[in-house]
Design a protein around this ligand. Structure first.
Ligand SMILES: Cc1cc2nc3c(=O)[nH]c(=O)nc-3n(C[C@H](O)[C@H](O)[C@H](O)COP(=O)(O)OP(=O)(O)OC[C@H]3O[C@@H](n4cnc5c(N)ncnc54)[C@H](O)[C@@H]3O)c2cc1C
Length: 406
């Protein structure tokens, strides 16, 4: 019996991790990706990979050593500020934070992570410029309809195609709903030369200010850039109806600084008005219902954002997508011998076991993320975060003392 024909829709971190692991065990899926090529889109800022998340998947895919080459060590530093300008935590400055604060969550540039994963997959596995429109069930198999072609006869279709998955409708009627938060993303380029004040203000890693209904998040990115996310808790229609002309970034930044961040310290307004002035993109944040699950359907499954889209307020999305990929790859590999022996139901069993565990993991992370959303946009959010950081620092200090004693 020939090995089942597997399609992975989407070459994001989830789809690529799955493909690289399957390939290692001699299973060759086909990836269909809507981007024209690997460099046709800005992949976004930096992300941290957790020891029990993305790092684990990279270890299992044999990519951990290469991953260590792309880590940005200084980017782990955290700085937290209240809206009145009081710095309440600063790992760039050891007087304002304990020295031993590493969370073992190294930061990498998203495009470097994607390139690492792309390089690990056979180039002929990826079919670029293939935007999936629809999946058509035909008997026990599936045909894939793209903008200008049809690919036929797949035994397993894996939707790793993110928030607006075109595979999801085969297993669920749910679609993402507005989270209540709109992000305005600003950028500053050539910061070391042109924006030294901003460079110093944000620090070498990530910067957070949360308050009731608003947040300002900054991060150092590769290529001497700083990315700023202004978060506002506003209705879904706000972006279109607030009267801000997004086509006029200077005036848009002026209205944001004065009308929405008007009560904040002058330094925070300076970031918006004078510093992060090189680009402006506005986007609403969507999420799937916490605890989403579905009845197993033979020949179809989802991973990553396609299965459990969350807001970024716990910083876990990439990590969970990569763990999904690792666990699905493990299950498919575990059942490989049964396929070869002619057991047609083996693939269903692999998907069933994967989904049962994935639903539990997704629910836990969606709950954590929802808590993060509430906390990022509440008056006490910064104090809560500092409390957690202090608790962790105390724990590390206790551990260090015990090690010295031993
Ligand atoms: C502002 C922001 C900050 C974030 N920060 C973090 C963070 O710090 N840490 C973290 O862990 N997570 C973070 N996340 C979440 C993280 O980006 C996602 O959870 C993660 O990218 C999901 O990976 P994925 O592979 O499931 O999907 P995606 O990364 O969305 O990849 C999906 C792929 O499928 C392709 N695709 C989509 N539709 C189609 C189609 N119809 N046909 C073919 N191809 C298609 C896309 O082009 C893409 O390549 C953040 C998200 C946002 C919005």
């Amino acid at each position: 019996m020939p090995f089942p024909k597997i399609a992975i829709i989407g070459a994001g971190p989830g789809g690529l991790t799955l493909a690289s692991m399957l390939q290692c065990s001699g299973i060759k899926p086909t990836i269909f990706e809507l981007d024209k090529d690997r460099s046709s889109r800005d992949q976004g800022g930096i992300i941290d990979l957790h020891a029990d998340g993305g790092q684990l998947a990279l270890k299992e895919a044999g990519l951990f050593e290469k991953f260590q080459e792309i880590i940005i060590p200084s980017a782990e530093a955290l700085k937290l500020m209240k809206s009145n300008g009081e710095v309440v935590w600063d790992e760039n400055n050891s007087a304002a934070a304990p020295p031993e604060t590493s969370r073992d969550r190294p930061e990498v540039d998203r495009s470097n992570l994607r390139n690492l994963l792309l390089d690990a997959v056979d180039p002929d596995t990826i079919h670029w410029n293939h935007k999936l429109l629809q999946v058509e069930p035909v008997g026990a198999k599936y045909n894939l309809h793209f903008s200008d072609s049809i690919e036929t006869g797949f035994d397993l279709v894996i939707g790793a195609d993110g928030a607006w998955s075109k595979v999801r409708p085969l297993v669920s009627n749910e679609t993402p709903y507005y989270s209540g938060i709109t992000f305005i993303e600003l950028q500053a380029h050539d910061v070391s030369v042109k924006k030294p004040w901003l460079n110093e203000f944000i620090g070498s890693g990530s910067f957070f200010m949360f308050d009731e209904g608003l947040a300002l998040i900054g991060q150092q990115n590769s290529f001497d850039r700083i990315r700023i996310y202004l978060g506002v808790r506003q209705p879904e229609s706000w972006m279109d109806e607030c009267g801000i002309n997004w086509e006029e970034p200077k005036s848009a930044r002026g209205v944001l600084a004065e009308s929405y961040f008007g009560d904040c310290h002058g330094d925070l307004k300076r970031v918006i008005l004078e510093e992060a002035t090189d680009s402006l993109i506005v986007r609403r944040l969507y999420m799937l219902p916490v605890g989403l699950s579905w009845e197993m359907r033979s020949g179809v499954t989802l991973l990553g954002d396609a299965a459990h889209l969350m807001t970024p307020f716990a910083g876990v999305g990439v990590n969970v997508a990569m763990v999904d990929a690792m666990e699905l790859a493990r299950e498919i590999m575990r059942w490989k011998d049964a396929f070869v022996d002619g057991d047609a139901t083996a693939l269903d069993e692999a998907v069933k076991v994967y989904e049962e565990r994935m639903f539990v993991r997704a629910k836990k992370n969606m709950e954590k993320t929802y808590h993060g959303l509430v906390s990022h946009f509440s008056a006490g959010g910064i104090d809560e975060r500092v409390g957690l950081l202090k608790k962790r620092a105390r724990m590390l200090e206790e551990r260090r003392k015990e090690q010295v004693k031993a």
